[in-house]
Design a protein around this ligand. Structure first.
Ligand code: NAI
Ligand code: MG
Length: 482
């Protein structure tokens, strides 16, 4: 595998080149901490060129395609992605530290986004509006133009699918800034898409740091829409930068999503989700179900069963394909350890997994952990940890459950476990979240299901058909013909 992307790491107008500044960034393998190559570190000049190339694509081959042709092309790219699934999964496992099985699931999801949005491309249309006599009025759904996409390191391929692919489906030209910790699959995807026939300039990729490439893209006067997934703090900075140019923004930020377990829940069904929704991708998941609210009547039983399951969880290198891979970086691991230190001092550890003995010492490993009897306002029950640390919060009544579940600044996802059908629907109405799952969590991924937050979790929706509205603007045409 050739991981030297210093001279061929910026993709602009269908051509590969190095960063204008010549600067590079190391590529780290989080499973062993080794540097395995180098990336081009793009900056403002590269972003300028990418935005120009995207603008140019709108008035050349890409912009001339019909909706059906765009859709067919995306579906074709989806098949090309699947044909290279093994290579893409290996690349992601190396770069992000994902266990191979999880990396492969991300490839399949990217292919599914290409299939879904490929199929949807020619099915988005406007309406005609009854108006005054002598008028015909209709609406058109048009692309914004040039869309910017700043994505994080935790699910690069899935986020390319739900963000970049949706934007392309409706005819935008995109500039993608992947995360500095995980840019390899973004570069590989651009190569696959170009080989499958995506016209030059439709997709441009500028890797680099957030401070250089990211900030240049967010504040660029030549972009027409920006989509950001990442931390709440950076999200606010991006919105402020975009505001200076009155550019609309979609923000997919973090969460502290509750999974609410009532006394009458089917615990055999719930238990695997209570664990997996917290430790998937080593807990580095915006939609992690990271607060487990348990009604008193089953609290001891749930705690005992969680303890047993957590004890069986193993963390180790991506290639070993265990329950958890490493944390993305030493910095993120240190942030999580800060939370764990507080938790060990102030809370009750009820279950802990293990890091396998032969895990390389340079890797950023943490065992999965679950802490019990946590007060709803404790720091660990309020802040996004972004690591494999679950907290269990006891509650008494349905009203308590709603108050605790809604009692953080976030509102991304919520899960409810009960056999009482009336209660399920009441809870679905009362929970403050962009997605609510009843007797499941995550709905097996759900490319088709609109996703996004309220409150500090962000705004705008990606995934599903709904995303296509966000990546278009509505134009009203009113004709007077007498
Ligand atoms: P981050 O928000 O700094 O990074 C996300 C993306 O934004 C990256 O591509 C980065 O290069 C870019 N970026 C950073 N600063 C920027 C700026 N000033 N202007 C434009 N772009 C910028 O997240 P980071 O530092 O990797 O992780 C820190 C915390 O953020 C995590 O512990 C977690 O709590 C949260 N996070 C949430 C994610 C989610 O899926 N909601 C994903 C990643 C992180
Ligand atoms: Mg990496």
């Amino acid at each position: 595998m050739d991981l030297d992307f210093a001279r061929e790491g910026v993709f602009v107008g269908g051509r590969w080149r190095g960063a204008a500044s010549g600067e590079t960034l190391p590529i780290e393998n989080p499973s062993n901490g080794e540097t395995v190559g180098s990336l081009a570190a793009g900056g403002a000049d590269d972003v300028d060129a990418a935005v120009d190339a995207a603008r140019g694509a709108l008035s050349s081959e890409w912009g001339a395609l019909s909706a059906a042709e765009r859709g067919r092309l995306l579906a074709q790219i989806g098949r090309a992605v699947l044909a290279q699934a093994d290579r893409l999964a290996e690349l992601e496992a190396l770069d992000v530290g994902k266990p191979l099985k999880q990396a492969r699931a991300d490839v399949v999801a990217l292919a599914r986004y290409l299939e879904f949005y490929g199929g949807a491309a020619d099915k988005l249309h406007g309406e005609s509006i009854p108006y005054l006599p002598g008028y015909t009025v209709f609406t058109l759904r048009e692309p914004h133009g040039v869309t910017g996409h700043i994505i994080p390191w935790n699910y690069p391929m899935q986020i390319i699918g739900r963000s970049v692919v949706a934007a392309l489906a409706v005819g935008n030209a995109a500039v993608l800034k992947p995360a500095e910790q995980a840019s390899l699959t973004a570069l590989a995807f651009a190569r696959i898409a170009a080989e499958a026939g995506l016209p030059a300039g439709a997709l441009n990729v500028v890797p680099g740091t957030g401070a250089a490439a990211g900030a240049a893209l967010a504040g660029h006067p030549g972009i027409d829409h920006i989509s950001f997934t990442g931390s709440s703090g950076v999200g606010a900075t991006i919105q402020a930068a975009a505001a200076r140019n009155a550019v609309p923004v979609t923000l997919e930020l973090g969460g502290k999503s509750p999974q609410v377990v009532f006394d009458d829940a089917d615990l055999d069904k719930a238990l695997p989700f209570l664990v997996s929704a917290g430790i998937q991708n080593a807990g580095q998941t915006c939609s992690a179900g990271s607060r487990i609210l348990v009604q008193r009547g089953v609290y001891d039983q749930v705690a005992a069963r969680l303890a047993e399951r957590f004890a069986a969880l193993r963390s180790g290198p991506a290639r070993a394909d265990l329950d958890l891979g490493p944390i993305i970086s030493a910095r993120q691991k240190a942030m999580i350890e800060g939370f764990v230190e507080v938790a060990r001092r102030e809370l009750t550890l009820i279950g802990e997994g293990q890091v396998v003995a032969d895990a390389p010492s340079g890797g950023h490993y943490l065992p999965a952990m679950v802490f019990g009897d946590v007060a709803p306002d404790h720091r660990l029950a309020q802040e996004e940890i972004f690591g494999p640390v679950q907290v269990v919060i006891p509650f008494d009544t349905e009203e308590d459950a709603v108050r605790i579940a809604n009692g953080t600044p976030y509102g991304l996802v919520a899960g409810v476990w009960t056999r009482d059908a009336d209660r399920l629907f009441r809870m679905a109405r009362k929970l403050r979240a962009g997605q609510v799952f009843l007797n499941n969590y995550g709905a097996a991924g759900g490319v088709e299901l609109p996703f996004g937050g309220v409150g500090r979790s962000g705004h705008g929706r990606e995934k599903g058909f709904e995303a296509l509205y966000g990546f278009t603007v509505l134009k009203t045409v009113a004709a007077h013909h007498g």
